[in-house]
Write a protein that binds this ligand. Structure first.
Ligand SMILES: [Zn+2]
Length: 240
């Protein structure tokens, strides 16, 4: 006795389920992508990192300039002390006088070198201050742009969630029309197949894993008596 064929509405429900499953996977993927971008705005983070770098460079330039100023003041005070000592006539020996004069000379060299450092540091300070102002306004602009991106992403997320609700409604309707045995197989396969329990038998091959579909399965699909499983990936096979 030939097996009973499944009604056309059942095949429609199965095909719709397979289609909506595909839609669901795609929507979930774009939803995850949008949520990831909401959680982490790479361009804003880059602008923040550039601002932090510019702040660091500006701080280093100020520190270098102030360090040169302290060194200059220190050397100048020592010059003054040495000059005072020399002028006082307290130094008796030729040797002490020579030593003091050598010290003066080397202190003056220190001052000249530090003044050179000071000039370069001041120059660097100006450059880094300009770069810092630019980085700060770039960051502020990026904050505005990020807020716009965020709003657009929130809309995307909302739209995807609505689309998901529609898809799931259609899937519930389709599930009700599926024969209980197939529905059970479908449920058992759902997680294992990443939400895609159905595949198609196309030209004697499973569309998912490309394993060849056995003749009995092809015959079952041709006679419309049931839904065979792929022997390799176990997905439920439909005909396109
Ligand atoms: Zn397969």
């Amino acid at each position: 006795m030939p097996e009973a064929t499944l009604a056309p509405e059942i095949w429609d429900a199965l095909r719709q389920m397979a289609f909506e499953d595909g839609e669901r996977v795609a929507v979930l993927s774009s939803l995850a992508h949008a949520r990831e971008r909401v959680a982490r705005d790479a361009r804003l983070e880059e602008a923040r990192a550039r601002l932090a770098e510019a702040e660091q460079a500006a701080l280093e330039a100020v520190t270098a300039r102030r360090g040169a100023e302290v060194a200059i003041d220190d050397a100048k005070q020592r010059i003054q002390r040495t000059e005072t000592t020399l002028a006082s006539g307290r130094l008796q020996s030729e040797r002490d006088i020579m030593t003091a004069q050598h010290e003066l000379e080397s202190l003056r060299q220190v001052v000249a070198a530090r003044e050179d450092t000071w000039l370069r540091a001041s120059d660097e300070e100006e450059t880094t201050a300009i770069a810092l102002a630019a980085a700060r306004s770039a960051f502020e602009a990026e904050e505005y742009a990020a807020a716009d991106r965020r709003a657009a992403l929130d809309q995307d997320v909302h739209a995807a969630e609505q689309r998901l609700a529609i898809i799931d409604g259609l899937r519930r309707d389709a599930a009700l029309k599926m024969p209980p045995a197939i529905r059970e197989q479908y449920r058992a396969l759902y997680q294992k197949t990443g939400g895609r329990p159905f595949a198609e038998a196309v030209a004697g091959e499973c569309s998912n894993c490309h394993h060849s579909v056995p003749a009995a399965a092809v015959q079952m699909l041709r006679a419309r008596t049931g839904v065979p499983a792929c022997p390799s990936c176990l997905r439920l096979l439909l005909v396109p």
